[in-house]
Design a protein. Structure first.
Length: 189
């Protein structure tokens, strides 16, 4: 059963990765770059500042740093624990795929881009939901686009992405609960 799942994952990857064209490669390389969305994060911090003040924003920055550290460390533990080669380094897959990323990396299960962006989307979307009802849908859509970019450029399988998104959802929710607790204890809201 596991072998069938892995084979399906390889086939789905090759299909999704094969949808790319040179026309769109530049756009997807920008989307997948971790620094591209720094201004977007700044806007989200501004919205947090606007609704929770300076003290609340500083507390949220601390919680966000903890969340990103947690998500990154768990992701790295999974990568080194499972040791699943990325598609761009997997014999039998790399010969048939489009690879446009800057580098390949060694192991890919699960995607840090997917887990971090989804954690940020869930955390911020839930935190700001009382003020911006539909923001969470925009953030989740953004996270899904960033996650797909990892398939497009050739560095993650769909299962890497799905697992990363699932873990990011869990992480974002847990840290949202922590943030609400801290805000309540600090009498900020």
């Amino acid at each position: 059963m596991l072998e069938q799942l892995i084979e399906f994952d390889h086939e789905l990857f090759l299909y999704l990765n094969g949808l790319g064209t040179e026309t769109w490669d530049g756009l997807w390389l920008v989307i997948t770059n971790k620094f591209t969305f720094a201004p977007f994060y700044a806007v989200l911090l501004f919205l947090i500042f606007k609704k929770f003040g300076l003290k609340g924003m500083l507390v949220m920055i601390l919680v966000i740093v903890l969340m990103v550290t947690f998500t990154d460390q768990i992701t790295n533990q999974f990568k080194s624990g499972f040791k699943r080669f990325r598609p761009c380094g997997q014999e039998g897959v790399m010969e048939y795929m489009r690879f446009i990323a800057v580098r390949c990396g060694k192991y890919g299960y699960f995607s840090g881009h997917a887990s971090n962006t989804m954690a940020a989307a869930i955390f911020t979307g839930l935190l700001l939901r009382p003020f911006y009802k539909n923001l969470i849908f925009i953030l989740v859509t953004w996270s899904l686009i960033v996650a797909y970019s990892r398939i497009y450029v050739g560095v993650h399988y769909p299962l890497d992405i799905a697992s990363g998104l699932l873990f990011g959802t869990f992480s974002g929710f847990i840290f949202y609960k922590l943030a609400k607790y801290v805000l309540k204890r600090a009498s900020i809201s």
